[in-house]
Design a protein around this ligand. Structure first.
Ligand code: ADE
Length: 416
């Protein structure tokens, strides 16, 4: 059994976390029960590059119950829970992940690929890009892959557009039961959680600047407002900017917000959204964090070059003292603050995201050979099944259309 984790002795600690997550992931657990009986993934080898969290462990164990052999690597150097990694390694998963594996990040991906996957699972696309660049010989065995996040789906759509995508991908991110809940309520809550665990500051009354009003930005804005912060949105998209305005937030250019904000969070999926010119304008004591997938949303290199002093003042808080004496506080190296400084999205939303993952893999395997080298949506039936099961797990019943209502909706004659 091959694996590389920080300390296998942490397995018991990890197991407790995983049991806690299972308790809050009823939909995925119901799928696990079916997988155990039906074995839809018998003989399938899966290489996954996901944040190694307690929720991911629930997914991985479900895939294993379905008959799959799984290799797992982390999708960010700071998002691995070492206890969870140890627990999985002890239970037959080829895990190559530990918190702080910056220098060995791609080595870990390459180890996971040694399984010769039939299915790839990405969160951000680093595994699939490794396969398409340095490990092309392995592609012949691949049936398809899944992608968890917006950034990854963007990358894979670019691969499709450039004609280099060599197997079908299911964009799990684009399922409604994923982005409407995980991106919005998950990122909203867990980013606040990360900022508070790292800083322990009061949010009430603070000027809280959010770059990006996609689903993650919307959720974060909603939650920051709920904590009493004065929320400012920066956007490049006119429709989203208008939406943020009518949702009651102040919308302005980052150049202006830079001089006003107490806390800044980027959730755009784009590069250097907080750049040198913004950092130069920030107030003494400004706190800067990122909740987008990659650590390039903030120009950290500028801080590194221009600081006269750098000190880790608290766990996950780096104090940069600039030449003019101002101090800027960067959280979690500018990496996903919700995962690096907290535990990522809560289990209840990952329940839906990862149920889509599990059912998407089953669907991919069942449709082996029938799909093109394209990015596919999660089939609507899977998306709705996840919603139905989630509602049932919450004890919520909803109405059904009557026959008359169905006929009415299909008709056109009945009017005023
Ligand atoms: N992405 C965001 N939160 C996560 C979590 N809890 N587990 C896995 N991936 C995540």
């Amino acid at each position: 059994m091959d694996y590389k984790v920080k300390d296998i002795g942490l397995a018991e600690k990890g197991e407790k976390l995983v049991r806690w997550a299972e308790q809050h992931m009823p939909v995925l657990m119901s799928i696990r029960k079916e997988f155990k009986k039906e074995k839809p993934l018998q003989g399938i080898r899966i290489a996954a590059c996901l944040h190694v969290t307690k929720e991911t462990a629930v997914l991985i164990e479900t895939l294993k119950k379905g008959g799959a052999m799984v290799a797992l690597t982390g999708s960010n150097p700071l998002s691995t829970n070492d206890g969870v990694a140890a627990y999985l390694a002890k239970n037959g998963i080829h895990v190559y992940a530990w918190r702080g594996n910056h220098d060995k990040y791609y080595w870990c991906i390459e180890q996971a690929l040694k399984i010769k996957p039939h299915v790839t699972m990405d969160d951000g696309g680093d595994l699939i890009t490794t396969l398409h660049t340095r490990k092309q010989a392995l592609i012949k065995d691949v049936i398809g892959g899944t992608e968890e996040t917006t950034t990854g789906v963007n990358r894979q759509r670019a691969m499709e557009k450039n004609g280099i995508l060599q197997y079908p991908i299911i964009a799990v991110n684009d399922a409604m039961t994923k982005y409407l809940f995980d991106n919005r309520y998950g990122t909203g809550q867990s980013s606040i959680d990360g900022i508070l665990r790292a800083t322990s500051i009061l949010l009430a009354g603070k000027k809280f600047v959010i770059a990006g009003y996609g689903w993650c930005g919307r959720g974060l804005a909603m939650r920051a407002r709920g904590m009493g912060a004065h929320v400012i949105i920066t956007e490049v998209d006119e429709i989203r900017a208008l939406e943020a305005t009518m949702d009651g937030f102040d919308v302005m250019k980052m150049e202006r917000a830079a001089g006003i904000g107490d806390i800044f969070v980027t959730v755009t999926g784009n590069k250097h959204v907080i750049d040198a010119k913004h950092l130069k304008k920030m107030k003494d004591g400004a706190i800067v964090a990122n909740s987008g997938h990659f650590d390039n949303e903030i120009n950290v290199e500028w801080l590194e070059k221009n600081a006269v002093k750098k000190e880790e003042i608290r766990k996950n808080v780096t104090e940069y003292t600039l030449k003019d004496g101002r101090k800027i506080y960067l959280l979690a190296e500018g990496r996903l603050v919700n995962l690096a400084a907290a535990e990522g999205h809560p289990s209840e939303v990952m329940d839906m995201s990862f149920s889509n993952q599990a059912l998407a893999v089953k669907w991919l395997v069942a449709n082996d050979g029938k799909l093109k080298n394209k990015v596919y949506k999660v089939p609507d039936e899977i998306d709705r099944e996840v919603a139905r099961r989630k509602l049932a797990s919450m004890g919520i019943e909803i109405d059904k259309l009557t026959k008359k209502q169905i006929e009415y909706m299909r008709g056109w004659k009945e009017g005023t």
